[in-house]
Design a protein around this ligand. Structure first.
Ligand SMILES: C[S@@+](CC[C@H](N)C(=O)[O-])C[C@H]1O[C@@H](n2cnc3c(N)ncnc32)[C@H](O)[C@@H]1O
Length: 223
């Protein structure tokens, strides 16, 4: 197994990234359960990857849906999304307050420090807007889960992940002018049993049922 920095890792993962995993499936359902309105809203997806979640924003009636990501190879896999560009979450090429809903989904664990990204997420969020962050759950990392993937040749790789506790998210977000509105965990449950079954790891599923894999936080911009 090789250990890869995000830009290098996602360049390799991009061609097969569209296959959902237990983590991505739990993430999508926990975000859906948060019920952040998108109709008529200007939505920015920071670290959008192949833009698969932006498609749902457009389908839900977003008036604008822009995706930004560090890895051009991920953006190149996006199908039919007109508004995409390469950018780092810590230096967004976007005007202050330009978006009503700012997503940053399964990205921040790839950054060693949270503050620069939260400052940018808060800056580009409109005064009455919402910032929705999801991350690989710190409890999953503590339980030994790693962010691994197989490339198109079936080789296993591990992606660099920094463990950020919930309190660290709250402190960085508060410092950036955001206030926590809601927190939810996506935990291993029946809905993801099939992923474990298909990879012959049902015993892991039985042992780890109830373990949180995804942390989801919704913030409002203060002032
Ligand atoms: C796990 S993928 C999530 C993609 C998408 N948000 C989703 O949920 O399908 C993480 C993405 O974060 C991007 N990424 C990593 N570090 C980044 C950074 N500093 N700025 C912007 N994007 C970054 C990667 O290129 C990758 O596409």
């Amino acid at each position: 197994m090789t250990f890869l920095a995000p830009a290098q890792g996602y360049a390799l993962w991009a061609p097969t990234y569209s296959a959902e995993t237990a983590v991505s499936a739990l993430e999508a359902s926990v975000v859906a359960s948060l019920d952040v309105p998108l109709r008529g809203k200007r939505v920015l997806d920071v670290g959008c990857g192949i833009a698969r979640r932006l498609v749902s924003a457009r389908e839900a009636g977003a008036s604008v849906a822009l995706g930004l990501d560090l890895t051009p190879a991920m953006l190149a896999q996006a199908r039919g999304e007109p508004l995409l560009a390469a950018a780092d979450a810590r230096a967004l090429p976007v005007a202050d307050g330009a978006f009503d809903v700012v997503w940053c989904r399964l990205v921040l664990g790839h950054l060693p420090a949270l503050e620069p990204a939260y400052r940018e997420l808060a800056r580009v969020c409109a005064p009455d807007g919402v910032v929705l962050v999801t991350d690989f759950h710190p409890a999953a990392a503590t339980a030994g889960h790693r962010r691994t993937f197989r490339d198109a040749d079936g080789k296993l790789h591990e992606l660099e992940n920094h463990v950020h506790r919930v309190l660290a998210h709250r402190v960085a977000a508060t410092g950036a002018g955001l206030s926590l509105r809601e927190r939810r965990d996506g935990t291993i449950d029946d809905t993801v049993r099939g992923f474990y079954e298909r990879s012959g790891r049902l015993e892991v599923y039985e042992q780890q049922r109830g373990l949180p894999l995804v942390l989801a936080l919704v913030f409002a911009r203060v002032g």
